[in-house]
Design a protein around this ligand. Structure first.
Ligand SMILES: NC(=O)c1ccc[n+]([C@@H]2O[C@H](COP(=O)([O-])OP(=O)(O)OC[C@H]3O[C@@H](n4cnc5c(N)ncnc54)[C@H](O)[C@@H]3O)[C@@H](O)[C@H]2O)c1
Length: 418
């Protein structure tokens, strides 16, 4: 497998095995519920591409899919986020990997092309990064796809656009839209791990800080709640008035970005779009403001424009770049503007990815069974409930059932004769 793979160094594998094993210990759903579901042989011999941030939890999912008989090929979904020791451990476990940390965009594109060249039938995707590239660069192999299951808000939007243009050759599952994914991963997982990564990279305190949060979707909600939990104040800038009102009712400061930026100690983007923090905003920041991104795109903060505006640039600490602007002001950017919790941290807590990957794994299995119709689909709510129930069971919790006597009688309410 080593011959076909492109990784940094196979000698790093021992540390990777330990990290994957740690992930396994805290992944009761993937290790139990999912394994059992995959044991029917539906994945046997299927070529499956896993293109998700390549760290321990992703690697564990890849091994579980391989144990179910799939021929798994793996690459990272971002050029900055791969853990080299994990890639090495996967290769030692017999899985083909094309990924290195901070590879640069050119090498990353080649890695994705290598995965595409393996002719996957099923894709476990993140940001639709592989699906989009196959559509553009490898139409013959793309036409043979049997299914895609997608991890993120951004990826689901991209797949929906492909489907609307009649360009999606196979059924797709919006794993992100499962309750057991976005209610927990986007909110609790990204919220906690983003704030953790910002504080770890800077070695700074949250209490007393003002944090501008761009976007109050699932991710923004989680970040703002974690900022507050640590004694900071979140200032939410939203473009959707309903979500802005929700942020206000949740007790956060809310307003236009131009009001928040001059007082921000940290600015964190979570919009799912590109250039949400744009060239015109950099002059509004106070000296020393720290910028980070939690959204899928490395381009949520327009780093290119910032570099263009800056008089000089230097790396001042691991994961922190300083851009010196005019008037003796400078701003700091964490993790090159890539997803700070993954490229600059250890990603989501394991228990959260256990839920997300249970959804992705079940999605992959449903696609392999051929029971998902064309277009972009949401996972069956009954499966969502089964996953939640299995997670609760692991925590020793069971839930009661709704009683028939709870339902009122519409005939009584209407006063009808029958
Ligand atoms: N870092 C991670 O680990 C991680 C995890 C899950 C999701 N994501 C990514 O985070 C991003 C957000 O995900 P989500 O589930 O919260 O999406 P969402 O659609 O629920 O929320 C995005 C919000 O941003 C708002 N918005 C858009 N443009 C804006 C602007 N210019 N200024 C202010 N607000 C703006 C939208 O109105 C919306 O409310 C996506 O790219 C998603 O893929 C990252």
């Amino acid at each position: 497998m080593l011959n076909r793979s492109r990784i940094t160094d196979i000698e790093l594998a021992p540390a990777g095995h330990l990290a994957i094993d740690w992930a396994r210990r805290h992944s009761p759903l993937v290790n139990g519920f999912l394994r059992e579901r995959l044991s029917d042989g539906a994945l046997n011999g299927k070529r499956v591409a896993v293109v998700v941030h390549l760290e321990a939890k992703t690697a564990f999912l890849a091994t579980v899919l391989a144990d179910a008989g799939a021929q798994v090929v793996v690459a990272g979904s971002n050029p900055h986020s791969t853990r080299d020791e994990i890639a090495a451990a996967l290769v030692e476990q017999g899985i083909e990997v094309h990924s290195t940390r901070d590879s640069g965009y050119e090498a990353w594109e080649k890695d994705l092309a290598s995965v595409a060249a393996s002719g996957p039938e099923l894709i476990v995707d993140d940001g639709a990064e592989l699906t989009l590239r196959m559509a553009r660069q490898d139409p013959e192999k793309f036409a043979l796809l049997k299914g895609v299951t997608e991890q993120t808000t951004t990826g689901v939007a991209r797949l929906t656009e492909l489907s609307n243009r009649n360009m999606l050759p196979c059924p797709a599952l919006a794993a992100n839209d499962a309750a057991c994914k976005h209610l927990f991963d986007n909110k609790y997982g990204t919220g906690q791990s983003t704030v953790q990564a910002m504080l770890n990279l800077t070695n700074m305190l949250m209490a007393g800080k003002l944090v501008v949060v761009l976007g109050y979707g699932w991710v923004g909600r989680g970040i703002a709640a974690n900022v507050r939990a640590l004694g900071g104040t979140a200032f939410v800038a939203e473009v959707d008035p309903v979500k802005a009102l929700e942020a206000f009712m949740d007790g956060h400061q809310v307003g236009e970005l131009s009001i928040g930026l001059p007082k921000a100690d940290f600015v964190i983007t979570a919009t799912g779009g590109v250039r949400a923090l744009a060239r015109k905003h950099f002059s509004e920041l106070k000296n020393g403001a720290i910028l980070a991104n939690a959204g899928h795109h490395d381009l949520e903060i327009d780093i290119e424009a910032l570099a263009d505006e800056a008089e000089s640039f230097r790396n001042v600490r691991e994961g922190i770049d300083q851009y010196s602007l005019n008037n003796s002001r400078s701003v700091m950017v964490l993790a090159n503007g890539a997803l700070v919790n993954i490229a600059g941290g250890f990603g989501h807590p394991i228990e959260i990815m256990d839920l997300s990957f249970a959804v992705q794994g079940v999605g992959c299995h449903e696609l392999a069974r051929g029971v998902i119709p064309e277009g972009v689909n949401v996972i069956d709510p009954a499966i969502d409930a089964e996953i939640a129930e299995a997670k609760l069971k692991f925590h020793g919790i069971s839930v009661g059932k709704r009683m028939d006597s709870q339902t009122d009688n519409i005939d009584d309410l209407l006063g009808s004769e029958e």
